[in-house]
Design a protein around this ligand. Structure first.
Ligand code: LRY
Length: 226
């Protein structure tokens, strides 16, 4: 088995992302957030955008899953091969990309894209999926990791308040490729449940690295109690 994948087994990956227009959206801030996550015991980092990826790769000695969110179309996570190559060149060990069956802006298939990333960069590929069928197809297309990242974020899946642990367990039973639980994991107990559901590793973003959202959780709970 690949050493990086073995390293991530049953461990926590922290997603360090800020969104357009937000106060923390600078590569130096995300670098510092990633360093803080590493100090807390993260086994890997997930980061968005070539500048953040490059800054984090230089500062943090952990496996780095990179992506590039671009566009308002359905397929926005590392939508084309060009995006994927840029993410790998910026220093990501793993390129996370849209793993659905929806048409990609460059007209390539998922399988072609994965093969080209492997051939041209040597990086691993994480396919961000939203359904069991997509995960099975992504594994067959050569993905090294399959994530539940997009469950609740495609037009044909519904967004539960918590993580989609049913999808984690269905995928873990159906495919040999390691399954990464990602999306709306907001508590340590949910992260542990994801492992029990069969996840190889767990990605947590918002609940660790997005202070505006976390502040909102507290503020609205207090508003309800007033
Ligand atoms: C759907 C989509 O665009 N997900 C993105 C993928 O990188 C990020 O916005 C999420 O923060 C990440 O998946 C981690 O999830 P959560 O922040 O819920 O722990």
């Amino acid at each position: 088995m690949n050493k990086l994948i073995a390293h991530l087994r049953h461990r926590l990956v922290v997603s360090c992302q800020a969104y357009p227009g937000e106060p923390m959206r600078t590569p130096d801030t995300m670098r510092r957030v990633a360093l803080a996550a590493a100090k807390g015991g993260a086994a890997g980092i997930r980061a968005q955008g070539v500048a953040d990826i490059a800054a984090i790769r230089e500062a943090v000695d952990l496996p780095l899953i990179g992506l590039w969110k671009d566009g308002d179309d359905d397929v926005f996570i590392t939508p084309t091969l060009e995006h994927a190559l840029a993410v790998a060149r910026a220093g990501a060990h793993v390129v996370a990309l849209d793993g659905t069956a929806r048409p990609r802006p460059d007209g390539r298939t998922l399988g072609d894209t994965i093969a080209a990333v492997h051939e041209l960069t040597g990086a691993l590929v994480m396919a961000d999926c939203s359904t069991l069928g997509e995960g099975i197809a992504a594994a067959a297309a050569g993905a090294d990791l399959v994530g539940t990242t997009l469950s609740g974020y495609t037009a044909y899946t519904s967004k539960q308040p918590g993580p989609d642990l049913d999808l984690v367990s269905q995928l873990a039973t159906a495919i040999d490729v390691p399954v990464i639980a990602e999306g709306r994991i907001h508590t340590p107990a949910q992260a542990a449940q994801a492992l029990r559901a069969g996840a190889w590793a767990v990605v947590v973003g918002t609940a660790i690295t997005h202070p505006s959202t976390i502040t909102g959780w507290f503020a609205s709970a207090m508003a309800d109690a007033r």
